[in-house]
Design a protein. Structure first.
Length: 423
């Protein structure tokens, strides 16, 4: 009688990856039916150009078909709401569906015209392992390498977990060194550098100082794209280059300049990709500003105003990047503070489209009110505000240009008027 030794799914996955990486044949014990696996003669439904890959297990199972459809067209609807994508050449996983299929995914941002050729597919319960060749055109920055327009091909192994017809986890393995060499990197083993001026071995302190010097030579920069505020209430900074550990700070717009701080996140010295920064979604304006700050005070504690001042470039200018945002559907109304003073209205001049709750306060010495017109909208406070009084006005604003003014007497002509841009 043949005895079958039980193997955990995690152990099975490790065996598969090792076997694929070493190009060793799998033992008959891991085939689904207990026989030696052979190429499936019948074609599988899957990406165009797949020419009868080796199939181990039930290639027509729901799990296999979901994975093949995803490989053919990375559709966000094939991913579960709770999903983890881990490219093991990167330090952080992606956990939002739009990030996995979007530019936050390094392979998506660095390469275009993706094509895959599947070699082997292994199905075991809810796990599908796929070995394939990935081909893409290098049209974006990859590990610091500027676009070369080269077409490169690299072997990859992806392990998918599928539950209830949706992908819940993707683990991606490939040789980043091979990909880097294809893009023109020169990979130099330790000890083969040019002869150092000091012949004595470097101490640990010397190495740390050298690393620090290397970091401080970096030119600080920020790369951020226009975007919708993410479902978890954060915005995504595509790339941060900083010579020191510090903070990426998000500022609301204040008449075209960085204003109130609405969020921040720590960033390590070096080159960081796809940094999510949580923000106060009630304070979002149509334009936001990302700014680099140092971490000079208590390490790991954001202190600004205080020691954690903005980081400056070689010309002494703060490192800042402006980007447009819109609120995700179904979010609560934005809250906007409006202060009415004699001869002036103080409030942001740009906002994100959507429901907006204006909190209006009369800080002047006479009666004032608040009205907004434009894009088919004309709404005002229900009554005039006496000095010290407050009121609210909630309104849905579409993208466009609006006029905000005080309708009392000639107050608008005396300066209580401004133009509001909604994006």
């Amino acid at each position: 009688m043949t005895r079958i030794v039980p193997v955990s799914l995690a152990t099975f996955a490790l065996i598969v990856v090792a076997a694929l990486a070493l190009s060793l044949p799998l033992t008959p014990a891991v085939a689904q039916d207990g026989t030696t696996p052979t190429p499936t003669p019948a074609p599988m439904t899957g990406p165009a150009g797949v020419d009868q890959p080796v199939i181990i297990g039930n290639g027509q199972s729901e799990e296999a078909q979901v994975v093949l459809r995803y490989l053919e067209n990375p559709d966000v609807t094939l991913l579960a709401e709770t999903v983890t994508y881990r490219d093991w050449t990167q330090t952080q996983p992606l956990t939002l569906r739009d990030d996995i299929v979007g530019p936050a995914n390094l392979l998506n941002s660095a390469f275009s015209d993706h094509d895959i050729t599947i070699k082997r597919v292994i199905i075991a319960e809810n796990t599908v392992v796929v070995e394939y060749d990935f081909t893409g055109v290098h049209t974006g920055t990859y590990l610091g390498a500027e676009p070369t327009q080269q077409t490169v091909t690299v072997e990859m192994v992806a392990i998918f977990e599928v539950e209830d017809g949706l992908i819940t986890r993707i683990d991606l393995y490939y040789d980043a060194a091979t990909l880097a060499r294809a893009l023109g990197f020169t990979l130099q083993p330790p000890g083969t550098a040019l002869e150092p001026e000091v012949t004595e071995p470097a101490t640990g302190d010397d190495t740390a100082e050298a690393d620090e010097e290397d970091m401080t030579a970096l030119a600080p920069s920020l790369v951020v794209e226009d975007q919708t505020v993410r479902e978890d209430g954060s915005v995504l900074i595509a790339r941060v280059v900083s010579p020191v550990s510090g903070w990426v700070v998000i500022h609301a717009d204040d008449s075209g300049r960085p204003g109130k701080v609405i969020g921040y996140a720590p960033v390590a010295a070096g080159d960081t990709r796809a940094l999510a920064v949580p923000i106060d979604t009630n304070a979002v304006t149509a334009t936001l500003f990302a700014m680099l700050h140092v971490d000079e005070g208590t390490a790991g504690t954001y202190e600004f105003p205080g020691d954690d001042v903005p980081l400056t470039d070689a010309q002494g200018n703060p490192v800042v990047a402006a980007f447009a945002v819109s609120a995700p559907e179904g979010t609560a109304a934005q809250t906007v503070a409006v202060t009415l003073i004699d001869g002036q209205i103080q409030m942001p001049t740009s906002l994100a489209a959507g429901r907006i709750l204006f909190n209006v306060a009369n800080s002047g010495t006479m009666a004032h009110s608040f009205e907004i017109e434009g894009e088919g909208v004309s709404q005002a406070l229900a009554s005039t505000l006496q000095p010290g009084e407050t009121a609210t006005l909630e309104i849905e604003l579409q993208p466009g240009t609006y006029e905000v003014y005080c309708p009392v007497g000639d107050h608008a002509e005396q300066g209580m008027r401004l133009e509001l841009t909604v994006q």
